[in-house]
Design a binder for this molecule. Structure first.
Ligand SMILES: Cc1cc2nc3c(=O)[nH]c(=O)nc-3n(C[C@H](O)[C@H](O)[C@H](O)COP(=O)(O)OP(=O)(O)OC[C@H]3O[C@@H](n4cnc5c(N)ncnc54)[C@H](O)[C@@H]3O)c2cc1C
Length: 449
């Protein structure tokens, strides 16, 4: 987008925890961004199976598609790619203080070369889960992380087990080591000496068959404690600053979606920053990002609530704190659709002006809202909904609609679009009784803007 960018990264060499799982969807995203070289550098080890002992005593094996990567190597490769792409990189260097000025920011940076001050029009805060300015999204949690030599469970598998006061996750890395992480309440692990922390870690591993380590297995590094609580930024974006990644929405590591979600936030965020700095609709950009962050957090809360309620029933505080029932998602029928002969537009369907990303800017565009949709929808099957909904009259023969749409789109897209609108009850069967609700006029002027 042509902006002069400076990356300040504090961690020169090492991350506390090297092994992370990247699902196939994350790898695909990195590939689409042209980052295959970074994946290759990350020493990825493919795991096609997950073995879990989660909601009962039984061990369940199911297929998965995940790459275990060395985050140190991946992160180093990503920083090198940024530098090759024209980003100025200062690493290792720490941002010590930031002061907002009428023009933007004054940033105080400390590195081996000493203290420097730089000015910037815009600040992208990606300081991770521990950054200031967020609130907890649920009970706090800590991960006790260790890496082992001399542990082999046969072919590469992810392992996950629920234990009395938390859960345990582990997987092998390409270098032959094995990563095992114990997740517990933060309060239970606070203030432990390194020796007591390691003893607690080992004792927890011993409580589960899936992690019974051989007698000659050796812990390679000291056991480290890493904050694993879910958090949400209080202010995700302002006209001069945006928060990206864990610093904005920090997810439960159980989902293995943290890296992917951080990259997606970076992509979205770049369009937001571009809109603001190039004089576009800054209010739309801020509204767009704020909505997207809230939707991410809500989706994430639902997904992790579902994971944890599967284990409901264990008596410890860890599980009781997480045992609330997940909100029920809206049911959209998936059984084969019987298309009605005639349809009418639902009186609950409205078009609103909604901020969306178009190429590399955020703009307001008409989008559909309806009680069946969790968020406004501008496009389905690549077709702009307003362009097909606005011209619809009061009641329509389905065959007329398909014929009309097929002049501007392939017939199979027209059919898929029609089915989507019927499934989501945006188009209603006109032969079913209407009840007391009046049928809305489909005149575009009658839509809310
Ligand atoms: C125990 C655990 C296990 C996880 N496992 C997985 C997994 O298997 N798969 C997955 O996808 N995700 C996993 N995650 C989540 C994943 O690590 C994060 O979601 C992801 O790294 C987010 O990236 P980020 O860039 O936002 O934050 P981070 O990766 O935390 O990066 C933040 C960066 O900011 C730098 N920084 C901080 N303060 C300053 C400062 N003042 N000046 C300069 N630089 C600074 C830090 O050095 C760091 O490099 C796990 C998380 C935890 C806690």
């Amino acid at each position: 987008m042509g902006f002069h960018t400076l990356l300040i990264e504090a961690r020169g060499a090492e991350r506390a925890v090297v092994g992370e799982a990247l699902p196939a969807t994350t790898l695909r995203l990195l590939h689409e961004l042209g980052l295959d070289a970074a994946i290759a550098a990350a020493d990825a080890l493919r795991c096609d199976e997950i073995i879990q002992q989660w909601s009962g005593d039984d061990e369940i094996v199911r297929p998965t598609s995940v790459a275990m990567v060395d985050r140190n190597r991946l992160d180093r490769a990503l920083i090198a790619t940024a530098a090759d792409s024209g980003v100025d990189v200062i690493c290792p260097a720490r941002l010590r203080a930031q002061t907002e000025t009428p023009e933007g920011w004054e940033l105080d940076i400390e590195s081996a070369a000493g203290a420097t001050r730089v000015t910037a029009r815009f600040l992208v805060d990606a300081r991770g889960r521990r950054a200031a300015g967020s609130r907890l999204l649920g009970p706090s949690m800590v991960a006790l992380c260790g890496r082992w030599r001399g542990v082999s469970f046969g072919r590469p598998q992810l392992r996950i087990a629920a234990v009395d006061d938390g859960w345990v996750w582990g997987a092998p890395l390409a270098d032959g080591s094995f990563v095992a992480q114990v997740y517990q309440r933060a309060a239970d692990c606070a203030g432990l000496s390194p020796t007591t922390r390691a003893a607690r870690y080992r004792a927890t591993l011993q409580t589960t068959r899936l992690f019974s380590m051989p007698a000659d297995a050796v812990l390679l590094d000291p056991v480290r404690a890493r904050d694993a609580s879910c958090r949400l930024a209080i202010t995700p974006v302002t006209p001069r600053m945006i928060r990206i990644g864990d610093c904005c929405v920090a997810m439960d590591p159980l989902s293995s979606q943290g890296v992917q979600s951080a990259i997606r936030a970076g992509l979205r965020g770049s369009a937001v920053v571009n809109t603001i700095l190039s004089g576009g609709d800054a209010a739309a950009a801020i509204e767009f990002y704020t909505n997207a962050v809230a939707a991410d957090a809500a989706r994430h809360r639902e997904a992790s609530a579902a994971f944890y309620t599967d284990v409901a029933g264990r008596p410890s505080l860890f599980w009781r704190e997480r045992a609330s029932a997940p909100p029920q998602p809206q049911h959209v029928p998936t059984e084969p659709l019987v298309r009605p002969l005639r349809v009418r537009l639902s009186p609950d369907a409205r078009l609103i002006d909604h901020p969306v990303i178009e190429r590399d800017q955020v703009r307001r565009r008409p989008a559909l809202i309806h009680p069946r949709l969790s968020e406004p929808v501008a496009f389905v099957q690549g077709v702009a909904l307003p362009s097909v909904l606005a011209p619809l009259g009061r009641v329509h023969d389905v065959s007329d609609i398909l014929a009309q749409w097929s002049s501007t789109m392939p017939p199979q897209i027209a059919q898929a679009l029609l089915d989507w609108l019927i499934r989501h009850e945006v188009l209603l069967d006109d032969d079913l009784p209407t009840g007391p609700v009046e049928v809305a006029s489909a005149d575009p002027a009658a839509y809310h803007h």
